[in-house]
Design a protein around this ligand. Structure first.
Ligand SMILES: [Zn+2]
Length: 238
């Protein structure tokens, strides 16, 4: 008697938590960031960015033994403001709106402090509750939004800067952009949707790339100590 065994292989793609929570993009995760017993799967840009924030916030005193600090840039790259031929306007443009871009960038600490004073907890269970500036959750939520602001495509950035000028808000502050998105979602949802799609268009990568054994990894890496996931057979297209 011959038994037929059907082997079904599930190919599980590890998706970047940063991209996923930013706008739902399913970017392949190539790194894992651990903090205590939490861990996040991240694409390389998100990993570098978040590691950079942690180092900025906590100092470079992280143990080097984990091979983590060597790949981390000292500071997140600044995204240039692309002047675009004025597309959408949210409110009536103030006759002589001050140029917003001249103010110097707030320090991460100042930005975070401002953030928790203006933005509330976005987690379902604690929705609307105040954020504690010293909590990991607050920092994580802020980091996500700060990263999103830094990566704004030109169109949204142009609209955002105009909105800030009209509303008298500092466009450099992460909280301002969160408020901008909130304003757009409640008043101009189609525009907000277009913003999200635009971000997706610029950050979507690796989706069409051929399968590699590297993608058949479990959702979370078993341990960080033994192996580094730095050597990977996948060519990043970012
Ligand atoms: Zn990502």
């Amino acid at each position: 008697m011959r038994a037929q065994v059907k082997v079904v292989t599930y190919v599980e793609k590890v998706v970047c938590d940063g991209c996923l929570s930013k706008d739902g993009t399913q970017t392949e995760a190539t790194e894992n960031l651990r903090l205590g017993d939490r861990s996040w799967d991240l694409c390389t840009p998100h990993h570098d960015r978040f590691s950079g924030y942690l180092i900025e916030a906590l100092g470079a005193g992280l143990p080097n033994g984990q091979g983590e600090a060597d790949s981390v840039p000292a500071a997140p790259e600044a995204v240039p403001v692309e002047p675009e031929p004025s597309p959408v306007v949210v409110a009536e443009p103030a006759a002589d709106a001050p140029a917003v871009a001249e103010s110097e960038e707030p320090t991460p600490d100042a930005d975070l402090a401002d953030y928790v004073s203006r933005i509330t907890d976005s987690r379902k269970a604690r929705k609307g509750k105040p954020l504690d500036v010293n909590s990991q959750a607050a920092r994580a939520q802020w980091s996500k939004h700060r990263e999103r602001l830094a990566a704004l495509p030109g169109k949204e950035r142009a609209d955002y800067v105009k909105w800030c000028a009209t509303e008298g808000k500092d466009a450099q502050l992460t909280a301002s952009h969160v408020e901008f998105r909130g304003f757009m979602w409640s008043n101009f949802p189609h525009m907000a949707r277009a913003y999200v799609d635009a971000v997706r268009g610029t950050s979507g990568s690796g989706n069409g790339s051929p399968r590699s054994p590297w993608q058949t990894t479990p959702t979370t890496w078993p341990t960080r100590s033994g192996t580094t996931c730095r050597t990977r057979p996948v060519n990043q297209t970012t």
